[in-house]
Design a protein around this ligand. Structure first.
Ligand SMILES: NC(=O)c1ccc[n+]([C@@H]2O[C@H](COP(=O)([O-])OP(=O)(O)OC[C@H]3O[C@@H](n4cnc5c(N)ncnc54)[C@H](OP(=O)(O)O)[C@@H]3O)[C@@H](O)[C@H]2O)c1
Length: 277
């Protein structure tokens, strides 16, 4: 399979490149292919003529997006639109990654979000990512959109940040009122690979590791597994102010993928594997 990967130096892209290493990969970053440039995307896709385009390019700085709305929109909405148009014209299948931040995140924690539930992003990042999803739906007939959350893997991420903090601090404060599924990039890459192999119906799929936790409990688990003696202090989102509002409940049901036979490990299993690497 000939697969074009955009944003190929990012965290998820690293895992996807490893997962799909036996395929013919054309890996590009912004210097080779700027997804916001419609003409460049059009020419590149025509020239390469891939079977799949996997878009790993994104503006992912959630807090900075509040001040850089235009840039975030260009990368997270116009970029996917350009790719969708080119994929459609060249009969390629577009694989795109979206986020739990497209949901309002305010429903009771005993309820998770299915793919079709109402979207109501609370911050610029989620708004631009939802616009990207909608452009793909409007401009492309063959697409997979995977909504993921709390991603970690090779590169800067929450797990590493906590372990670094614990080296110099006796205690760390972590929010205990945001609920979601930490997701190992390696497992998301596998979900994408399985979906392509099984040729599942095109559309949107929630795609995180299985199980729900809070950042507080997840941090406790990280420290326990690494035998780190750093105290974890629970705090509320209100105490831990950030420029962009975070969803309190970003739990997404994986039933759609599971019903289709996609194998998804639990977040506990994923964390153990990540830490033992
Ligand atoms: N990280 C999370 O917790 C999380 C959660 C939910 C969903 N997601 C989604 O998952 C996907 C992958 O996230 P990630 O954390 O792997 O992202 P990442 O590490 O931030 O990588 C994004 C990549 O996109 C590149 N890029 C930026 N603008 C570009 C442009 N105009 N053209 C081409 N490439 C461009 C970046 O290059 P430079 O570094 O050179 O700018 C970077 O290599 C994204 O769609 C993100 O929205 C992530």
């Amino acid at each position: 399979m000939k697969i074009l990967i955009t944003g190929a130096n990012g965290m998820l892209a690293n895992a996807i490149k490893e997962e799909l290493k036996n395929e013919e990969l054309i890996c590009t970053d912004v210097a080779d292919l700027d997804i916001t440039n419609a003409e460049q995307v059009d020419e590149f896709v025509k020239k390469v003529n891939p079977e799949y385009i996997i878009n790993c390019a994104a503006y992912t700085a959630v807090d900075k997006a509040e001040e850089n709305e235009e840039l975030a929109y260009r990368i997270n909405a116009i970029g996917p639109k350009n790719l969708a148009i080119s994929a459609n014209e060249n009969n390629a299948i577009l694989v795109h990654i979206s986020t739990d931040y497209v949901f309002g995140g305010d429903r009771p924690v005993d309820k998770d979000y299915s793919e079709e539930d109402e979207k109501n992003p609370q911050a610029v990042y989620g708004t631009t990512k939802l616009a990207g999803e909608n452009f793909i739906k409007e401009n492309c007939s063959k697409y997979y959109i995977f909504r993921t959350a709390w991603l970690y893997g090779e590169g800067h991420n929450f797990v590493r940040t906590m372990l670094e903090l614990a080296k110099t601090k006796n205690e760390v404060k972590v929010v205990n009122d945001q609920h979601g599924s930490p997701t190992y990039a390696v497992d998301l890459a596998s979900i994408i690979h399985q979906t392509i192999n099984k040729k599942l119906e095109y559309g949107i799929y929630n795609a995180t590791n299985i199980g729900y936790t809070t950042w507080y409990d997840f941090t406790k688990m990280i420290f326990e597994l690494e035998n780190v003696k750093c105290k974890v202090i629970p705090v509320t989102s209100e105490e831990f102010k950030s420029p962009a509002k975070r969803p309190k409940n970003s739990q997404m049901s994986k039933d759609k993928l599971l019903k289709n036979g996609i194998i998804i490990p639990t977040y506990e299993d994923a964390l153990r594997r990540y830490l033992s690497k």
